[in-house]
Design a protein around this ligand. Structure first.
Ligand SMILES: Nc1ncnc2c1ncn2[C@@H]1O[C@H](COP(=O)(O)OP(=O)(O)OP(=O)(O)O)[C@@H](O)[C@H]1O
Length: 363
């Protein structure tokens, strides 16, 4: 990918246009001036890669600038992957790349600024007390992020898996439209390959079991993470919850028995104060749980997820409702908590095994 980065992004001209995507190279000086010298007051947040700052360009447009913390080969790779992938895609539900800056050891990525910040900040963070996420906004965010991921899986060439779908990576624009962000761990799936075997990256609580255990990354790993995200949107619960000082419970282990007993109202976020569309809530919970099944082959594709969430086909919804997973007497899923380990840095969970017959890529 590093060599591909040089090839694709290191050309002479300053503005790139590919299939309608437009981005440019920024100078460090320009970004210093846009962010008031990366002033602490401009800081929007911090992630694994580095800090993110709000800024304003000379034309008045607002930007978010992600600045690499410490230069390393690994960080350089993450930077290259993100720029390479975001530079190729453009969709209403994916965060747009404005450009990048690579001067000396400085690596910065410039995006459109998302005034409503991340979904995480509204569900569990600094905006959660404001209760800005009513049911219609939650539905719009669920559908929008599904659309964005579906574009990556089914329309981008080559197909792309994101590998880090989670609430902090869904940003919200001024209209509370979802924009899937953070492509530093994303991977291209070569034509004809069913999956790639790779070092496990991602976030605890969102990792599909086959990926956490065997490093098998495919589109269905994103589907699993999206299922967890959907449950989070509907219930306001975190993916893993502390039940008491020794026990933790996943959101799926909590929601599946409720769904089987058709107690959907108990899944709804109490912050909604009962204000939601019952049919939509039920749909979201059922779709979430089929997505977050342990067996990848039983999960739907993102195209099917979009269709189901829209609720356009009564027939498909009734097939979903009658899925084996929701039969009261069928065995509960393998205990997903057995996969929960207290990694210091879940992003560096060890690659456990590599099985034959697939593309192996340990970057
Ligand atoms: N384009 C943007 N507009 C507004 N805020 C942003 C933007 N990009 C990032 N942020 C804010 O900066 C925070 C840090 O983002 P970043 O993607 O670096 O890390 P993260 O997703 O929170 O964590 P990690 O990198 O560990 O996955 C985000 O949670 C978000 O609040």
């Amino acid at each position: 990918m590093a060599s591909c980065f040089k090839l694709c992004c290191g050309r002479d001209s300053d503005r790139k246009e590919q299939k309608g995507t437009t981005w440019r190279i920024f100078s460090l000086k320009e970004l210093h001036s846009a962010t008031n010298n990366f002033n602490y007051d401009n800081k929007l947040g911090e992630g694994g890669f580095g800090s993110v700052y709000w800024g304003q360009l000379w034309d008045g447009s607002q930007i978010a600038v992600k600045r690499l913390k410490v230069w390393s080969n690994k960080a350089e790779m993450e930077f290259a992957v993100e720029v390479e992938i975001l530079g190729r895609v453009r969709h209403k539900n994916l965060l747009s790349l404005r450009g990048y800056c690579a001067e000396g050891q400085e690596r910065l990525i410039v995006y459109d600024y998302m005034p409503n910040l991340s979904l995480l900040s509204h569900l569990h963070g600094q905006h959660s007390s404001e209760s800005l996420l009513d049911w219609s906004r939650r539905m719009k965010i669920a559908l929008g992020s599904a659309d964005g991921i579906s574009y990556l899986h089914h329309h981008a060439t080559p197909h792309i898996i994101h590998r880090d779908i989670k609430a902090s990576n869904v940003l919200l624009d001024s209209d509370f439209q979802a924009r899937v962000a953070d492509f530093g761990f994303a991977k291209f799936i070569p034509d004809g390959a069913t999956h790639v075997t790779t070092r496990v990256k991602g976030t605890l609580g969102y990792l599909a079991p086959e990926y956490a255990m065997f490093g098998k990354a495919s589109e269905s790993c994103d589907v699993y993470s999206f299922g967890i995200l959907l449950l989070e949107i509907a219930s306001g619960k975190k993916p893993i919850e502390k039940v008491n000082s020794t026990t933790k419970r996943t959101v799926t282990d909590w929601a599946l028995p409720l769904a089987r007993e058709k107690r959907f109202d108990e899944v709804a976020d109490p912050k909604l104060s009962g204000k939601y569309v019952q049919e939509e809530l039920k749909r979201v919970v059922l779709v979430a749980l089929v997505c977050a099944q342990s067996q990848p082959e039983k999960r739907p594709t993102m195209l099917e997820v979009v269709e189901l969430l829209k609720g356009e086909s009564k027939e498909k919804l009734s097939t979903l409702e009658n899925d084996e997973l929701f039969k009261v007497d069928s065995p509960l899923q393998e205990d997903s908590s057995e996969f929960i380990s207290e990694e210091k840095d879940p992003k560096e969970a060890k690659q456990v095994a590599a099985s034959g017959g697939e593309v192996t890529d340990v970057s």
